[in-house]
Design a protein around this ligand. Structure first.
Ligand code: GLU
Length: 552
């Protein structure tokens, strides 16, 4: 009995690895092309940190004419949830980040390096496990969970490292005959890797992001195939990223400490190791300290949050690039109109410690992104969002022609309005442009400098009777408000008012505020000339009447 017989006894039907090596050849890509992947587990929750990794991986692949693929890591079937896969696929689609290869629905995939769902790759993992057993580099382990517990307790009591290594690796010492005997007797087992490492030796690793790091060698005989026949993360990572011809493994830095094991696995399997880029987590300020964005504590940790809030997907991506490369912000300032894809992203310039999440900054980017859209785009995107999350807004947007006028206010010019950060802001933002909404709300009229009943009433009446003409151009329109101010005894110019503060009670700006507040019940709105044009004279008149009624 030799290793080969043992391997045949354990995996009688597994194919020779040559078959897979030929089936999944080196990719034929231009020089320098980088192959990256996003490899989430379908746990039902897509973390913003996952999207961040995926964006980085996709960006790097795109920049180099490489490939970005999506692999679903569902070997931990206890953690799996229904709809987990489609949740991941749809999140990428929502952000316009569909992969070049891999899963495209919960069951379908594209690309020649699949299956891209690990639970469908059992045969492949077993072929490689068999290959290791044949060479004496892996072996069946018959230790029961109770024995594992016992071993751990002893190690802890003796203040030793826990795990299956050295003298503690009991089954490693069995002879091939003993192993075969146990298998024939029906004892249950798992497959362990026979680590050639020694803890007292160091390995050096150059991480693309973290730079040079040294670690002790791995000496643990880790499990590679579990009792359900599926691989562990470590083994699947080595087999898949080899066969899928990944050149850069871009993943969370929680895996950095596994690099010694992974390099060892690649080496023992005879594979060329990929480059590794370990991304630090996104952090959050919390009571003066910093902590990771948490799935449990922070709603913004979930990718679904951004969709529900209607934060534009481009704003989220742009924000993530911002925290990924600190040079992005200056680049954006110098190139306000370029597409974010044109930014020269550098993987090795990513921060070694975690970037801080800043919602204010994200919403600010949201404002800029929306300010650059046409009225038509704003309309379409607001409506898309509303169709899913706000039926009242859908109703408001029914009259498209009118909505386009509303969204067209102060848009398409050099300094467009920047007051909408997310689609869930839209309703509040445009409500006063809709009579039924305007009248159904109990209106407050926050008049400012000019606040006495008589003056206000007089301003509103005079304005509508004598000064408002629908066809006035903007300059004439404004000149008329000046004339009105002068007629009322206020300063027609702010300059004049400032030069003679004792002489006037108020100035043209204060008169405008009266008009604005009466018209919209707000002190702050986009350009009033444009608002008046959209509302029309009849509405203006009606609103002024209502404002006068409300004067106490
Ligand atoms: N399935 C692993 C995770 O979700 C993937 C890590 C990797 O990218 O290799 O953490």
């Amino acid at each position: 009995m030799d290793y080969k017989d043992l391997a045949n006894l354990i995996f009688p039907n597994a194919k020779d690895i040559k078959y897979y090596e030929e089936k999944y050849p080196e990719r034929n890509l231009p020089e320098g092309a980088i192959v990256t992947r996003f490899a989430p587990s379908p746990t039902g929750f897509v973390h913003i940190g996952g999207l961040y990794q995926a964006l980085v991986a996709k960006t790097v692949a795109e920049k180099t004419d490489g490939v970005f693929f999506l692999r679903v890591e569902d070997t931990d079937q206890k953690r799996e949830v229904e709809n987990g896969v489609i949740g991941i696929v749809n999140s990428l689609k929502d952000f316009d980040m569909a992969p070049d290869e891999g899963m495209i629905t919960d069951t379908e995939e594209i690309g020649n390096y699949g299956p891209y769902k690990q639970s469908l790759r059992k045969d492949i993992y077993q072929a490689y496990a068999k290959y290791l057993i044949e060479q004496g580099k892996a072996y069946p382990c018959f230790c029961t969970p109770e024995e594992d517990e016992e071993r751990k307790a002893k190690q802890e009591a003796a203040k030793l490292r826990t795990g299956y290594y050295g003298v503690w690796a009991k089954c490693r010492k069995l002879t091939v005959e003993e192993m075969a005997e146990k298998i024939k007797n029906g004892e249950s087992y798992i497959i362990r890797f026979k680590s050639p490492g020694r803890e007292d030796r160091k390995i050096k690793h150059k991480d693309v992001i973290k730079g040079n790091v040294d670690f002790p060698e791995n000496d643990q005989d880790i499990i590679i195939i579990k009792s359900d026949g599926l691989p562990t993360y470590h083994f699947a990572h080595a087999v898949d990223d080899h066969l899928m011809r990944t050149t850069y493994v871009i993943r969370s830095d929680e895996w950095l400490s596994s690099v010694p094991l992974h390099l060892q696995l690649f080496h023992e399997l005879g594979f060329k190791a990929p480059k590794y880029a370990h991304i630090s987590p996104i952090m959050k300020n919390d009571n003066g300290g910093k902590r990771k964005l948490s799935k449990r504590k922070d709603p913004e940790a979930a990718v679904s949050y951004y969709k529900e809030q209607g934060i534009p997907t481009d704003a989220v991506k742009e924000y993530l690039l911002n925290i990924a490369n600190s040079t992005f912000e200056n680049w954006r300032r110098a190139n306000p109109d370029k597409k974010m894809e044109e930014f020269d992203f550098q993987l090795n310039k990513m921060s070694v410690s975690g970037a801080l999440f800043d919602m204010i900054k994200l919403l600010d980017i949201g404002k800029t992104v929306i300010s650059k859209m046409t009225a038509e785009e704003v309309y379409e995107k607001a409506l898309d969002w509303a169709n899913e999350f706000d039926s009242e807004l859908v109703e408001m947007l029914k009259n498209k022609e009118y909505a386009l006028k509303v969204f067209g206010i102060e848009r398409g010019n050099k300094k467009p309005r920047k007051d909408i950060a997310k689609w869930s802001d839209v309703k509040e933002n445009i409500e006063y442009m809709y009579d039924d909404k305007f009248y159904s709300k109990t209106q407050e009229y926050p008049y400012q400098v000019i606040s006495d009943k008589e003056s206000i009433e007089k301003i509103l009446k005079l304005y509508i009777e004598k000064y408002y003409y629908v066809n006035d151009d903007k300059q004439t329109w404004f000149d008329k408000i000046k004339e009105l101010s002068v007629e009322m005894g206020y300063a027609g110019e702010v300059k004049e008012f400032k030069a003679n503060p004792g002489k006037y009670k108020a100035h043209v700006g204060d008169v405008s505020t009266v008009l604005r507040v009466a018209l919209t019940s707000r002190t702050n709105t986009p350009d009033m000339y444009e608002i008046m044009k959209v509302l029309g004279k009849e509405t203006i008149e009606k609103r002024f009447e209502k404002a006068i009624e409300n004067l106490k």
